[in-house]
Design a protein around this ligand. Sequence first.
Ligand code: SF4
Length: 386
Amino acid sequence: MRPEEIVERADALYHDVELDCIKTFREQTGAKAVGYMPIYCPREIVDAAGMLPVGIIGGRGLVEIIRGDAYFQSYICQIPRSTIELALGGKLDVLDGFLFPSTCDVIRNLSGMWKVLFPNKYVRYIDVPQNFDPEVGGRFFRHELGTLREDMERLSGKPISDDDLRLSIKRYNENRRAINDLFALRNKAPWRALAAESYLVIQAGNVLPVDEHTAMIREYIAAVEQADRPMRDNARVAAIGAFCEQPPLGLIKTLEMAGCYIVWDDMSLGKRWITADISTEGDPLTAMADAFIKHSTSTAVLYEPRREKGDALLDIVKRTRAEGVIFAAPSFCDPALLEQPMLTEALDKASIPWTAFKYAENLGQFQVIREQAGTFADSIKLWSPS
Ligand code: SF4
């Protein structure tokens, strides 16, 4: 198959605001579906209960926000407004429940609103550990996961055995490996797996069953490795800050057209939050809690007492051979914007060039960003030592 055909399918899933693909899935399988917000969600438990975890990444600029604005003050990000708008418009009716991972106060409040607005739907806010001692934070998270397991058993009407969980862990391990392989290819040959295409292929995992998604990624990797695509003299950049509310697709394309190869980004961070395989030996919930404690990715919404802010970003820059960093964060995103000064200080000390702008998911004009990113890419090419 040609890469364009795979991307076309992923693009159609991205634009499926009515979630028709989930309605079809339910009709065909009789299985239930459970929504979750970005970023980390223990999808393995939903999957082990025979239900489909469905990633909801807001309106993506594809819905007009009319009622959603009435629920929030003006100075917060867009994603809660557009998610409420989707729900009030009946576009999320196909979901039997909704999980709100611990991200920030906005998401916590949204989970409370959900309970009030949709009292007949299952809702859960997923707390994550703030202590990384396995005997403290690990035990706490094991307990949280155990409660979620019981809830998913009740919602699905199906008991979840340890073997069910191990099988789901195995399937998600394979999915994370496939995503990591795609990132590795983007790092090695970014002109082959373009960022906007890769983004669509990875985001298709929001609505596809996990095995189908893994197969799509593998197919895309195989297709672009065969494709004849020109290598351009673009600057290699890492894009940071878009882990929750997503940038419009046009913005990702704009950065590439402006001369940037995005060799690393955090736009799909939830799907690769755990950076190593989760063990399929022993108690599966302990293995999942252990993986969170020991192998979580570094990001603004994770409490990290053991590392200096900026160390992880410097690691990424080194590992991906990025020549510069673009801070692309949603307007009013407290977690992303509050850590930016600490990250830029670390980059300045290491003489790594960076630039920054803010976006909203419904941004429609990209010309200013194109000029900024184009100038940044040119300056790297002209004046960077390498
Ligand atoms: S975009 Fe930022 S502030 Fe808004 S919900 Fe997400 S993490 Fe919270």
